[in-house]
Design a binder for this molecule. Structure first.
Ligand SMILES: Nc1ncnc2c1ncn2[C@@H]1O[C@H](COP(=O)(O)OP(=O)(O)OP(=O)(O)O)[C@@H](O)[C@H]1O
Length: 838
């Protein structure tokens, strides 16, 4: 039989045998006592895989395993009715049955249902059978704990247990002392087992999320049995075939001395390539803490840096095929790749190393370390690269490949310089000849400086006003991360509002019912904590009815979150571009929205105490409250990510194609007039309900190409490329501008109006006025575009006469055949130069 019921208990002389005969449950003798346990039926040398009463042995011969009379538990009782072991639950079953399964799992359940209320697999002793989970599950640790001796099942000090902190990993412990470290799970294997990556015999499963982290495995071949067992200071995997032959040792850990935890001390590398004696070497850039001890092979003190890190000019050295160092204090971010991981490490002066957290598919995710690097080892194959930080002067240029590359680079630089020198004369001549060009360049530079200046001014002002010490007049909450986590139901997917270039936005509700939107910044700038706070405080100071209120921020570890008021109707793009929703916004509401946005931008540009250039005005950055009032969002967020937007890779920081002014798209120059351009696009989109932008990815190198072409006077080649670029840009990123312009010129501008809203003669004046303002704002030359103060005026006093908008230059470029050449040097002329060879 394989079951116990309320009427049939298991006496000391009886056994249960699983239906397929794989496992037996019964009483076995050990260490002068008796224990209730499970073993393989066919393996001749009894192999116990589970013990119920390992720490409460039986010392009589008539103990019995029963189901308790209240139908809730399994009880192991001695002859004197003492309970030696129990399942300790309160199940209250109607018709309980305990059954031994062929998997080795002993389960208590409701008869004829699948409702298992207790199972031995949830209470491992020293052995993990296939399907058993080891780790942290349902709020409890499930460790493997070794027997005290080969004939003594009682719990010993040795255990294989998960350490959850940092990047979770399994340790073999003697009490609290690590004996060995299995390393974190890096995709399809533990970092210490590169050689046992799935060879088809087993399927390993590793699950790690906010609620549980565990390892389990399955045997793929049904004729094979396997067990993983902790035996004192080792953990071993055995296999046997089901016919009952003896066990074969498949894998063992520690496998050599380099697996002993911290064998070589900190900041040292252990390998056993040349002998079984561990070879300890200090990492390059480090030296033994004690030379004397090191020579005597006492490496416990480890290694120290030869040159201290200075944070700004440090570099990294790679260890190939590495077992990652102890990850207890490491930080993991699975959302970024290696390059960003490296940058993150560089930005954090305490970061001492980094690596991918997942080695599959060429590697992904990021782990960063701080402090000493402990328990590193190197394998000969199959493991991953680990990068550790050293002072710049310690980075060796050793590999021949590097030397060769350096040689090539040096040769190229020398040739480039020669070429450069030979063309200096030509450039000089060209620049002299073209005074307007020089003037243009100066103008551009000036604009750049102007746009940078406010940032500096703002910071100085902030400091003057003592904002770095949190001025009293600012109502800004610094939220504890747990408050945000609770408010968003632990960032539940169901609460996700959207995702932008800076991170994911979640809806949340604070205690008390206030609704919030939380922007979880996925990447952050080089700024330190103080600076981040300053910037946030600064932004919180900007208060206007047409700006989204920033309520506060949250900072925890490397995580930065911004907390905004929640906007019931989300962003404008979610309404106007969708037929089903766009009729919610009639012309009156659209006109109010346009005026509201204009007032918000004016406030940013001129009315606030600080001059802010938004740099990414677009429909998804205009949110609507419950009354459809527009509120600009993301103002100042670029500031939080540092001012050096050219280095950033988020589409948000470099702006969004379709809304970018030509000078910003082509030359990276931005000013308040770039915002005016984006506003113009917004206006035309709100009127038409159509997007200006198609799908088009711009080659960032084109800017560079244009400079190179000037420098080397080889327009003919590069101008063709640039002409293509511009044509493409036009093709995809100015649909509405071109349509509005055409209709305007043909006197049919009203046709631009979204077909889902009806216009009437009362509205026509407003619609026409808005189209004209839109076209004035998207004019090519910055100086032709109005300031926001003028825009607000134009929208509010419909009777004043306006200038005629000029033809967008894009349009003229498309119509290239009409163009000859040009000698003037505005942005548009640069385009003309480009098309010369046609
Ligand atoms: N305060 C808010 N209330 C309600 N919804 C919001 C709020 N802030 C953002 N959202 C929603 O979350 C989405 C993502 O916002 P986010 O500002 O991160 O990205 P984006 O504006 O679409 O792109 P980018 O970051 O490139 O500007 C928005 O489109 C909007 O629908």
């Amino acid at each position: 039989r394989d079951t116990i019921t309320i009427n049939s208990s298991l006496s000391a002389q009886e056994t249960l045998v699983s239906s397929g005969g794989v496992f037996t449950l019964g009483f076995f003798p050990a260490n002068k006592y008796k224990y209730l346990g499970i073993w393989y039926t066919k393996i001749s040398k009894q192999t116990i895989v589970w013990v119920a009463n390992r720490d409460s042995p039986i010392n009589d011969t008539s103990s019995v395993l029963t189901i308790s009379s209240n139908r809730s538990n399994l009880l192991l009782q001695s002859s004197s009715n003492n309970v030696l072991w129990s399942t300790s639950i309160s199940a209250n079953l109607v018709n309980p049955v305990a059954q031994l399964l062929d998997s080795g799992n002993f389960v208590l359940m409701e008869n004829n249902t699948d409702k298992i209320v207790w199972q031995s697999f949830d209470h491992p002793t020293d052995t993990a059978l296939p399907g058993m989970k080891v780790g942290f599950i349902s709020g409890q640790y499930r460790n493997l704990v070794s027997w005290s001796g080969s004939d003594d099942p009682s719990s010993s000090n040795y255990k294989f247990s998960l350490r959850l902190s940092g990047f979770p990993e399994f340790f073999l412990l003697d009490g609290l002392k690590p004996v060995g470290r299995n390393g974190p799970w890096v995709g399809d294997h533990f970092s210490t087992e590169p050689a046992v990556v799935n060879n088809g015999t087993f399927t390993s499963e590793y699950v790690s999320n906010d609620n549980e982290t565990y390892y389990t495995y399955y045997v793929n071949n049904p004729s094979i049995m396997s067990r993983v067992v902790v035996n004192q200071s080792t953990i071993k995997r055995y296999v046997a075939d089901t016919s009952g032959s003896n066990w074969t040792l498949y894998w063992t850990f520690p496998s050599d001395q380099c697996d002993n935890y911290g064998q070589c001390g900190s900041n040292a590398l252990c390998n056993t390539y040349t002998s079984t004696v561990p070879d300890c070497t200090c990492l390059t850039g480090f030296q033994p803490e004690s030379e004397k001890d090191w020579k005597l092979r006492d490496t416990s003190a480890g290694c120290i840096r030869q040159v201290e890190l200075n944070c700004t000019s440090d570099g990294f050295i790679t260890i190939n095929n590495a077992k990652l160092p102890d990850t207890t204090n490491a930080t993991v971010d699975t959302t970024i790749g290696l390059e960003e991981c490296r940058n993150r490490c560089l930005m954090n002066c305490s970061c001492t190393g980094y690596a991918n957290s997942d080695t599959l598919n060429g590697g992904s995710g990021c782990v960063t370390w701080v402090g000493d690097l402990v328990d590193l080892r190197q394998f000969t194959r199959g493991a991953q690269d680990f990068y550790y930080r050293v002072a710049g002067s310690q980075v060796p240029v050793t590999s021949t490949k590097k030397n060769r590359n350096t040689g090539i680079i040096v040769t190229c630089v020398v040739l480039g310089l020669l070429f450069l020198a030979s063309t200096v004369y030509l450039i000089h001549k060209k620049l002299r000849k073209n005074h307007e060009n020089v003037a243009y360049m100066q103008r551009q530079r000036q604009i750049s400086f102007e746009s940078e200046r406010p940032l500096a001014l703002v910071r100085d002002k902030a400091r003057e006003e003592g904002l770095s010490t949190d001025g009293n007049d600012i109502v800004l909450r610094v939220f504890h991360a747990s408050v945000i986590s609770a408010a968003t139901n632990n960032f539940a997917l169901a609460n996700k509002l959207g995702e932008g270039g800076f991170g994911t936005v979640f809806k949340g509700e604070l205690e008390g019912g206030q609704q919030i939107a939380v922007k979880r910044l996925s990447k952050f700038s080089t700024q330190g904590l103080g600076e981040f706070k300053n910037e946030v405080i600064l932004i919180a100071k900007l208060q206007h009815v047409n700006l989204v209120r920033l309520l506060g921020c949250s900072i925890e570890g490397e995580e930065r979150m911004l907390v905004y008021e929640y906007m019931e109707n989300k962003s404008l793009d979610t309404i106007i571009f969708y037929k089903a929703r766009s009729s919610q916004l009639n012309w009156h509401k659209r006109f109010e929205i346009i005026k509201g946005i204009a007032r918000g931008v004016l406030y940013l540009h001129e009315d606030s105490r600080f001059r802010i250039i938004h740099r990414d005005l677009k429909t998804s950055n205009v949110l609507l409250d419950d009354n459809m009032n527009p509120k600009i969002s993301d103002f100042g967020i670029a500031r939080i990510f540092g001012g050096d937007e050219k280095k950033s890779h988020t589409n948000r920081v470099v702006g969004t194609y379709g809304y970018m002014s030509p000078e910003y798209a082509m030359d990276g120059v931005f000013s308040v007039k770039s915002d005016v351009f984006s506003f113009g696009v917004l206006v035309l989109e709100i009127i038409s309900g159509k997007k200006n932008r198609g799908i088009f990815s711009v080659e960032p190198s084109l800017n560079l190409l244009s400079y190179v072409s000037v420098l080397f006077n080889i327009h003919l080649f590069f101008s063709t490329i640039k002409a293509n670029f511009i044509t493409n840009y036009l093709e995809y990123n100015s649909k509405i501008i071109l349509q509005a312009w055409t209709l305007w010129k043909e006197g049919k501008a009203l046709e631009l109006l979204d077909s889902s809203i009806s216009s009437n003669s009362n509205n026509n004046l407003q619609v026409m006025r808005c189209i004209q303002v839109g076209l004035l704002c998207v004019q090519d030359r910055q100086e032709d575009r109005p300031h926001m103060s003028e825009v607000v005026l134009m929208l509010n006093s419909l009777n004043t006469s306006l200038t005629e908008p000029k033809q967008p230059v894009y349009f003229s470029v498309r119509d290239a055949s009409n163009m000859e050449s040009s000698s003037s040097c505005t942005v548009s002329d640069m385009t003309v130069t480009v098309i010369e060879p046609r």
